[in-house]
Design a protein around this ligand. Structure first.
Ligand code: FE
Length: 133
C-alpha cells in the first residue's frame, strides 16, 4: 500500500485525509462509529493495522468512538500535544503515524459487560478508523 501524500489524497476521503495527516477533529455525533455497536476490529484507515477492538469500546457520551485500550499496548504511540491550552496526549498509529485522536484519564474502571477496564479514555475520530466484523 503506497502512502505518499498524492496516493493518500486519492485513496482517502477529504475528511480521512485531514484527520489522519493534519490532525483535524471530526464533528461529534456526526461520524460513522460513535454509536456503532457491532463486534469486530477497528483498523487504521491508512495502513490497515488492527488498532482497537469492539470489546473495549464504550459510550463515553462525547459523540466520538471511545475505547479503554488499544488491541495491543504497542499498537499506538502517544505524543504530547500542546496545541490548545489544555494539555492533551495525542494518539497515533504506531505503524504509520496517522493521527487517531487523544487519550484522557477519565475513562471507566469497568465496562457495562463487567469487564475490568483501564480508567483511560481513548477518544478517537471515526475518520481514522476502518471497521471489520
Ligand atoms: Fe496506520
Amino acid at each position: 500500500m503506497e502512502n505518499s501524500k498524492e496516493d493518500l489524497k486519492k485513496r482517502l476521503t477529504d475528511e480521512q485525509y485531514e484527520v489522519t495527516q493534519n490532525k483535524a477533529t471530526e464533528k461529534p455525533f456526526d461520524n460513522v462509529y460513535w454509536d456503532h455497536k457491532d463486534k469486530g476490529t477497528y483498523r487504521c484507515v491508512v495502513c490497515n493495522e488492527p488498532l482497537f477492538s469492539s470489546g473495549d469500546k464504550y459510550d463515553s457520551g462525547t459523540g466520538w468512538p471511545s475505547f479503554t485500550k488499544p488491541v495491543r499496548s504497542d499498537s499506538v504511540d502517544k505524543r504530547e500535544d500542546n496545541s490548545i491550552i489544555q494539555e492533551r496526549t495525542e494518539v497515533v498509529c504506531k505503524k504509520c503515524g496517522a493521527h487517531l485522536g487523544h487519550v484522557f484519564d477519565d475513562g471507566p474502571s469497568t465496562l457495562p459487560s463487567g469487564k475490568p477496564a483501564t480508567g483511560q479514555r481513548y477518544c478517537l475520530n471515526s475518520a481514522s478508523l476502518c471497521f471489520e466484523s
